[in-house]
Design a protein around this ligand. Structure first.
Ligand code: NAP
Length: 167
């Protein structure tokens, strides 16, 4: 089965970023992101791509921009101008991740089969938010609570959603 998964860490108030940066530092969530996405293509907006000091290893990056002149010199990075072309670039992959940010999640929501959401149990001031989605179209297939500890100043919960397909 081919899966297209939105993967995001989102606050209780749907906040995901501010000033083109993340709002929290959650090492275990990073580790999980790495474990899930490594070896699979990742689709992202140009702004999210530019938050990385360099591309993430062992993942083909598909970068969406409206800028026809945008390019990168990195191997394993492809620039496209819409989500359909992004998905076409990875059509041979069975596992595809859409890694943000807000604009790309909004577009990706209608294509996604799954969502890996890390719900950070607090509210944050932000300029970028995860889109609202209709929970009745999604079922929770896995859920794991992670309490705050010495390395994590917030509680959070990993929730895996699968789209409920209409028959
Ligand atoms: N919490 C999380 O899990 C998470 C994950 C990822 C990112 N983030 C955060 O989210 C923020 C970035 O999100 P964002 O919404 O500002 O930016 P984004 O979605 O990463 O990228 C937006 C860019 O994508 C391109 N784009 C958007 N719609 C397009 C369309 N219809 N056709 C072609 N290109 C299109 C445009 O690039 P051009 O301007 O080049 O045309 C646009 O500026 C940062 O704060 C980041 O840290 C959080």
């Amino acid at each position: 089965m081919k899966t297209i998964t939105l993967i995001a860490a989102i606050a209780e108030n749907n906040a995901i970023g501010k000033n083109n940066d993340l709002l929290w530092h959650l090492p275990d969530d990073f580790k999980r992101f790495k474990a899930l996405t490594t070896g699979n293509p990742i689709i992202m907006g140009r702004k999210t791509f530019e938050t990385f000091p360099k591309p993430l290893p062992h993942r083909k990056h598909i970068i969406i921009t409206r800028d026809e002149n945008y390019s990168t010199n990195f191997d394993n990075c492809v620039v496209v101008h819409n989500l359909d072309d992004a998905l076409n670039e990875v059509k041979d992959a069975n596992i595809i991740y859409i890694i943000g940010g807000g604009q790309i999640y909004t577009m990706g929501l209608e294509k996604a089969t799954h969502m890996e959401l890390t719900i950070v149990h607090d509210n944050f001031e932000a300029d970028t938010f995860f889109p609202d989605f209709d929970k009745k179209n999604w079922k929770i297939i896995a859920e794991e609570y992670h309490p705050k500890d010495n390395n994590h100043i917030y509680d959070f919960t990993y929730i895996t959603y699968e789209r409920i397909l209409e028959i």
